[in-house]
Unconditional design. Structure first.
Length: 532
């Protein structure tokens, strides 16, 4: 039996997925919430938000991601970063999952990944949970009713949390599975209710496909000046470094908060919504994001709330520090209606330095920009991945290693080419610790970070004076209006200067050791940066 807002001409049965119970095609938000409530998947919160817990998995499972090792893509994948699965194992997995799905109800959302029509990917998302359909309907871009009639998916994603993989039978690591097959244009997800796997599987796919078209896929947020899309800024960074918070500047137009492409035309959002962390969120510090938590259809994921009033507790991380809300982009008052901008004028690389060594902002040469892009230094913030309970220093190349199927140099060289062609200015911004390492210092004041970014984006920062950092050789401003001069010199913020020197030497050594893997793949000017 089929229930639908718009039933496409191309159905699941046409794809060989048969014997299901009810199939709900392209239900809109109120209907998805009704179905989710009827199935007791969650509760209705204030303003019509949907409150849900994802069970034991409250973050991504990067070690359970697999790519099928077929001849067409075998030589293009960064296998050191990706677990391989044989075609035979995938076929068994797919057969077992389809058998498991029989007689069960499923929800189908036919969606676009990409705001540029010429470069978008048409994605069919098949979900066992109604609220997953609501989530991905926020995250990707929604076709019109007319566009849905003749919708034929380029790729299909099937997410079946109740299906448990068998490591011996399916050639995988655990009961949780995320497997991508380029020959069948199919992604299978099982054994986890964490909704972020849906959006990141599509992002990983785009990260493979787009470089061959000369498009740079980026784990970044983006905004532009009001009435001036040419003045576009992008913010690279891992989860928890401030991509969503810093790009949601009310004085600029938000293009998107997490995933973008840089084409020959300019910047464009892959998504149609935002997936923001809500821990310690407040109306005072982030009013736009806070307001979305009580709007109709916003998915509130893994937050503690009052059983009677449904009042959210933004400071209670007993379920996870990775508590989040997912909402459509139009819930942000200054969001771009088109999801597109110009070529980036400024490129911000966000790092969360738990060592307390890096300055709050630094200007990078093109060679330094590639060095720090390939390094991708930051701290994994508590909760984002399973098992991370406090900040952990890490090097995540391209500020998104878990989502990069290709070799890092493929992305680094493409970014460098685009920077050279369009003359972008690059900045490294530390949103991590100052005055000491994690456990001793404090987080960088967000008001200072915002003041520094405003000065960088309006061009005034480039006209000021700079000093050369003794550890990394990049330029650091000596004075910025609204920011204490002391903050611009990390060593001065430490009570024990000798301890700072020891910590900075340790971090420089970590950078050098990590970058050894790239020395044979880079140009001389980047190698000179790496070797000091």
């Amino acid at each position: 039996m089929v229930s639908a807002r718009v039933t496409p001409n191309f159905t699941l049965e046409d794809q060989g997925i048969i014997g299901l119970g009810h199939v709900y095609y392209n239900l809109i938000e109120p209907l998805l919430i009704e179905e989710a409530l009827a199935r007791k998947e969650g509760e209705l919160g204030k303003g019509g938000a949907f409150l849900v817990s994802t069970g034991k998995f409250t973050g991504r499972s990067p070690k359970d991601k697999h790519i099928v090792k077929s001849t067409s893509i075998e030589d293009k994948i960064w296998w050191e970063n990706t677990s391989a699965m044989s075609e035979e194992s995938f076929d068994i997995l797919y057969d077992d999952m389809r058998n498991h799905m029989k007689y069960r109800d499923y929800f189908v959302q036919d969606l676009f990944a990409g705001a540029e029509p010429a470069n978008r990917l048409d994605v069919r998302m098949v979900t066992e949970l109604a609220w997953h359909g609501l989530f991905i309907r926020h995250m990707l871009r929604r076709p019109s009713a007319d566009e849905l009639v003749d919708f034929v998916a380029d790729w299909t994603v099937i997410n079946c949390p109740s299906f448990k993989a068998n490591p011996q039978r399916h050639n995988c690591r655990s009961e949780t599975i995320i497997s991508m097959n380029f020959e069948q244009k199919l992604i299978l997800i099982g054994g986890t209710e964490y909704a972020g796997e849906n959006k990141k599987s599509v992002f990983s796919l785009l990260n493979f496909l787009l470089p061959e078209r000369g498009i740079m896929p980026m784990h970044c947020s983006a905004n532009h000046a009001p009435g001036n899309p040419v003045d576009t800024a992008i913010f690279f960074g891992l989860s928890g470094t401030g991509k969503t918070t810093l790009s949601a500047d009310p004085s600029r137009i938000l293009i998107g908060d997490d995933e973008h492409g840089w084409s020959d035309r300019g910047t464009y959002n892959f998504e149609g919504g935002c997936y923001a962390k809500t821990i310690n969120l407040s109306a005072e510090s982030e009013p736009e994001i806070f307001a979305t938590t009580s709007k109709f259809g916003t998915v509130i994921e893994n937050m503690v709330y009052d059983a009677e009033t449904k009042e959210l507790d933004f400071n209670n991380d007993s379920l996870t520090a990775n508590m989040r809300c997912a909402y459509p982009l139009e819930y942000v008052s200054n969001a771009s209606p088109t999801g597109v901008g110009g070529h980036p004028k400024n490129i911000i690389m966000l790092t969360c330095d738990s060592f307390g060594v890096l300055p709050p902002i630094a200007r990078l040469t093109p060679a330094q920009a590639m060095y720090h892009f390939l390094s991708g230094f930051t701290a994994k913030v508590a909760g984002t991945e399973r098992g991370v309970t406090e900040p952990q220093p890490t090097f995540s190349t391209c500020f998104g290693a878990p989502f990069m199927p290709r070799r890092p140099e493929d992305y680094g060289n493409l970014l460098r080419k685009k920077i050279a062609n369009h003359g972008a200015t690059c900045w490294l911004v530390n949103t991590g610790w100052t005055g000491g390492a994690y456990g001793h210092g404090s987080r960088m004041p967000i008001c200072a970070t915002r003041a520094l970014l405003r000065a960088a984006l309006d061009g005034s920062l480039s006209n000021g004076s700079f000093r050369v950092d003794q550890n990394f050789g990049f330029e650091v401003p000596t004075s910025v209006p609204g920011v204490a001069d002391l903050l611009l010199e990390p060593r001065r913020t430490w009570e024990d200067r000798a301890a700072y020197d020891e910590q900075s030497a340790k971090l420089v050594s970590m950078f050098a050791k990590n970058f050894e893997q790239y020395l044979s793949h880079i140009d001389d000017d980047v190698r000179a940066v790496a070797l000091g």
